[in-house]
Ligand binder design. Sequence first.
Ligand code: ZN
Length: 455
Amino acid sequence: MALTLIFLKIEDKTIKKKKIKNKMARNINEDMREWVGLFPSSSFADGNCYLIPGFGNCCVFETKEGLVIFDFPIRQLEKRTFNGVRSFTNKPIKYIIYSHGHFDHAFGYEPFLKEIKEKGWEMPGVIAHENCIRRFEKYQTLDKYHNWINKMQFASMGGRGQDSVVTPYEILNPTIILKGNDSVYNFKLGNTEFEIYHDLGETDDSLWLWVPEKKIICAGDLMISGFPNVGNPYKVQRYPKDWALAMEKMMEKEAKFLVPGHGRLIEGKGNVNEALSIRGEVMHFVHDEVVKRLNEGKWFEQIFHEMVEIFPNKFKNNNYLREIYGCYRFAIHASYRLYHGWYNSGNPTDLFPAKSDEIAKEFLKINKKETYYKHAENLFESGKTQLALHILDVIIKGSEDENNTTLLEALNLKLKILNEKSKEETSFIARNIINNSVLQIKAKLKLLKNASKTS
Ligand SMILES: [Zn+2]
């Protein structure tokens, strides 16, 4: 997911911890700090398993014959991940498993590869699902596009100067490839059994690992701290129903440890069970409620607003479903898009619509900008901030970029509303979308101000 992250310079030991903490504190909240792996590495279970956070998590299993590594977190933190692993064990890596092919799970391999070459070790088996290979090909086809959308999605973490750090053209290709939807792969290392399963969830190439002897599941991004990342506004289709089924499959294992793709280890049978079951339940809920409404002949707008109203408190208040990164509102979109095309309003006006700025200009012919602004202000003052935004957009979109007092007022009020929304918003992705717009409005205001000085 993350291609461009400036904050990830934190592997640099010369940067003092306090400075990092301050920088992160400015940009992300407490929940997100855990989500991006700002917590210490540790050993767990029988002491031969290690969790090394590095944006995503890296989980290492030490056996008599060598190591199994589940995920190489993001490239920008690869030295930190490497040092973390080597602070626990010097054994060679025998197997690498990609939970999926996102940038924060399969690209931080370079120092490990260098070590293998230097020590003359055999290349480990690299295990992935066949869809991971298609994903890597897609990253090459859409490199610039992904760079662009990731800069927006992770805007609060910066994005400058990272383009050269992560390239989709440098890949450690899988050598053991799981195929099809029901594929399973088992292997034994140092008398420990490893079982790998494929399920759809955040991606179509998800693998998860079950180590029966140690009662550990490594879930990849099928489990992250907080609400599942389903329905991400920038990203391709994800799979809420299959996600629920994956959770149920994991529950059958009765694991004692659950290693998430992001965030801290979940320990204890009860906690693991609750984390999995509530996630399964919410994914079933959002999927089935959308399907019910599709069968009732409802269009997206009605489905969305009805669904927001009925979101049960047991999900809303559950610690494992906090809307840290993704959110329920996004999940409604994901479920709808599983089955529906892009014509989602039922109104033929929207089939091939006119340009929105041309529509706004027509509205401004009906009434003066000042009238719209006054109305938006009233809506804002009565707490109807979303409606106020729609009215302000008539002025902003319909006005030429001349330095016009009402346009400046409209931009300033939009800025104020978005800043308020950003403060209230818990989802990191939604917050970044809002904050990007805040930056754009500020830039536009500056431009208009400068233009008025020179004119
Ligand atoms: Zn991830």
